[in-house]
Design a protein around this ligand. Sequence first.
Ligand SMILES: [Zn+2]
Length: 383
Amino acid sequence: MVFESRLRKDADGEIGRGRTDSICLEIKRLESQVDFEIMRGPIRKAGSKQGLRALPKISRRKKLIEVYKRKKEEERIIPLHAYQMQQNWIKWSPLLGRGMEKSIEWGKIMTKLSARLVKFMMNGRQNTLPSPDNLKRWNVKAGKEFKCGLCSQTFVTAAHILAGCPYVINKENKAPGTDRYTWRHNSVLSVIRKHLKKKIQQVNSSVKKAPRKKEIIFVKEGQKLKQRPEAQKPLGMLDKAQDLEYDFDLPAERKRSYQMHQKVCATTFIPDGYLVSHVEKKCVVIELTCPMEERMDYWHLLKKNKYQEELTSDVYSIYYLIVEVGARGVLPITLRKEMRKMGLSKKEANSVVEECKLMATRCSFVIWCQRFNPEFTATEMKI
Ligand SMILES: [Zn+2]
């Protein structure tokens, strides 16, 4: 009753001096959206069984709140597109679709990482690091020329420092020792290696079982089924082989020089790593790139084409595992998908992704901190 009478007054324009809208009018608008959504019914995703599953019923009040939250989230995101500098993350951040409060990542960022690393991560993703170009933009010490600490170019971007400085690519790269970009790449690769090695050891030592027939389990009257028989895991690409060999291009751990397995493909081409089964005649070629997030698609296509051209075999079937881990710790879904294809469980694949993210961010933070130091020493990073 109160609502109805307030609504009538608000609709007549009695919403108070200085106000342009009222709560009652807002609720009325949301209600019409709710009415429409109830009439339309829920949107179901594609899939064979989707139409058969009953959806939870929610009250009108909850539905109204849900519609309101969605509207507010849209209002928050839309103006971001108008920004020139700080909206890059919209293109590659996985947070956008899920909303910040649902993201597991946020919880971990806030509780597990140090304050300095979080600060770097946030500023890096929003393009607000104190890089020479930003210092000029912010008019810090007007008239001063801010330079890259390594190559002396003026007003360079954070992307230049984190992944594109010619000093590192051309000079440090040729010097003895590992240059900083390769060091970050190798650190992330060693995370992938650690997990794949574990999986390979499991596969090689496992006893092959004959596929179990479906059996009927009888349960006595009045009793309950104690334990469901464990579901058979789907086989990954490697699960059939038991003679897996592997090697990775990680100089820290090797005694002999690294090359592609010449039995598979005679080439001078050096991928980041490979797994091979001579019995199954299968080979997985691994290639990892750690570019800036904006360039991930570009690198993926480039590497894929290059590898498909260079690494071929008449005898072995080759699978190209080409993944990217962003320099600021953001990565596309590819890595998780590829790890699942290799036969890693959901939990294992998730921990590969999480560890790669953390490793890339930590290494980039070190690169950022060392931006004025031309004498970089690569130290081993462990998670
Ligand atoms: Zn530079």
